[in-house]
Design a protein around this ligand. Structure first.
Ligand code: PLP
Length: 413
């Protein structure tokens, strides 16, 4: 039997026919619609009617669980947050509109004027900009660790005004791998939280809190969603931290995750472990192929034994994910010809989706830098970045092979 939803009781107690067209267009049909659902329902709603004034007061003051307004709570987003907290081994989580807004909310919450943040300089460009420019606007600053392989370098960057230590591992696009337990021990000794951006690994491959970190952030736009359909971000941490961000920062800054994006991303999470297994497998096949190819100078993929970070993988990761870069023996033009020749790989500035993606940093993500600046950042004109997807491995290899052939045959012509 259908249960009557008492939250709409005022209008359903009377016959709908007594109302005018406009009132019916707004209220008819809703009151008793309450079936159970196998898939998490999408609560595409910004507000949640109260039973009575007493309940409204109890929910608003936090004495009774419930939802009030979509900028800081929503049932579909709540399901996503709870699932992410469970996967990242934290008490709670708060979702945001994008990965950058998650990192911004956390920074805004923890930092006051005069404070500083200690961060590896091997971070995603948006994070680099937030710490370099955004922190200044907050009256704070960043102490970059330019040699993040060295724990001593991290130690000497910490000041009495440091509020948190930030590391992205593996990093995008450089694939730096941090020693998380060693960094966590340093953070603990200084009574500071260690924040890990776990976007590239995902909790299916790396669980930073089990390695000693305190807070985990993600761009869920990438592998967690998995099909390039939804921007999203998340902060996973203690209940005290997450409650603080929900009650203060997200309330007045406002970058909430949309319910539909939460729903799409929840669906992505259900297959995350399976997808990551296949991403890792295909990436290893591609990296091994590239490493042996005569037109490749070098491959940057920590899954390869030749990679300097390879020894850090086993103690902290179940797999190396599927982001890599390689340097083509050739010029900027050869690299763009290669990009234009691939057919299975999609040319885009994105990563971490089921589809394989190819990017040429020198003509896209890093094109604003001059060549000298680019080289300082470890990017050459012929560098190509790959995010290896979950297609059939033979098709990926054949696609790369024909792209190499097309540039070598053009060279001969
Ligand atoms: C490691 C990492 N963190 C954060 C971000 C920012 O995420 P978003 O694009 O969802 O804002 C990205 C984006 O590429 C990223 O690669």
């Amino acid at each position: 039997m259908k249960e009557v939803n008492k939250r709409f009781k005022k209008i359903q107690e009377v016959q709908m026919s007594k109302y005018g067209f406009n009132t019916k267009a707004i209220h008819a049909g809703q009151p008793d619609f309450q079936p159970n659902s196998m898939s998490t329902p999408i609560y595409q709603s910004v507000a949640y009617p109260f039973f009575d004034a007493k309940e409204a007061a109890a929910i608003s003051s936090g004495q009774k669980p419930g939802f009030t307004y979509g900028r800081w709570d929503n049932p579909t987003v709540d399901a996503f947050e709870r699932r992410m907290a469970a996967l990242e081994n934290t008490e709670a989580a708060i979702a945001a509109a994008s990965g950058m807004s998650a990192i911004f909310l956390l920074t805004h919450h923890l930092v006051s004027p005069g404070d500083d943040v200690v961060s590896s300089n091997r971070v995603y460009g948006g994070t680099f900009g937030l710490f370099n420019v955004g922190l200044k606007k907050m009256g704070a600053s960043v102490n970059w660790v330019t040699n993040p392989e060295s724990i001593e370098a991290w130690k000497s960057a910490i000041t009495p005004r440091t509020k948190f230590i930030f590391v992205e591992t593996p990093s995008n696009p450089g694939l730096f791998i941090a020693d998380i337990p060693a960094l966590a021990a340093l953070a603990k000794s200084k009574n500071l939280p260690l924040v890990v951006d776990n976007t590239i690994a995902t909790p299916a491959l790396q669980q930073p809190v089990l390695l000693g970190a305190d807070i985990v952030v993600h761009s869920t736009t990438k592998y967690i969603c998995g099909n390039a359909s939804s921007l999203g971000g998340i902060i996973c941490g203690s209940k005290e931290l997450i409650d603080g961000i929900r009650q203060n920062d997200i309330r007045y800054l406002g970058p909430a995750m949309a319910p539909f994006n939460a729903w799409l991303t929840l669906n992505g999470l259900e297959t995350l472990a399976l997808r990551m297994e296949r991403h890792c497998h295909n990436a290893m096949v591609v990296a091994t192929f590239l490493e042996k190819h005569p037109m490749v100078i070098g491959v940057n993929y920590p899954g390869l034994e030749s990679n300097p970070y390879h020894k850090l993988i086993k103690p902290q990761m179940k797999g190396v994910s599927s982001l890599m870069s390689f340097e083509l023996k050739g010029t900027y033009d050869d690299a763009t010809r290669f990009i234009d020749s691939v057919k299975v790989f999609t040319h885009a500035t994105h990563l971490g989706t089921c589809k394989s993606i190819v990017t040429h940093p020198a003509s896209t993500t890093h094109s604003a830098m001059g060549e000298a600046e680019m080289r300082k950042a470890g990017i050459s004109p012929s560098m190509i970045r790959l995010s290896v997807g979950i297609e059939d491995e033979a098709d990926l290899i054949a696609d790369l092979d024909q792209a190499f052939s097309s540039i070598s045959s053009k060279g001969k012509a």
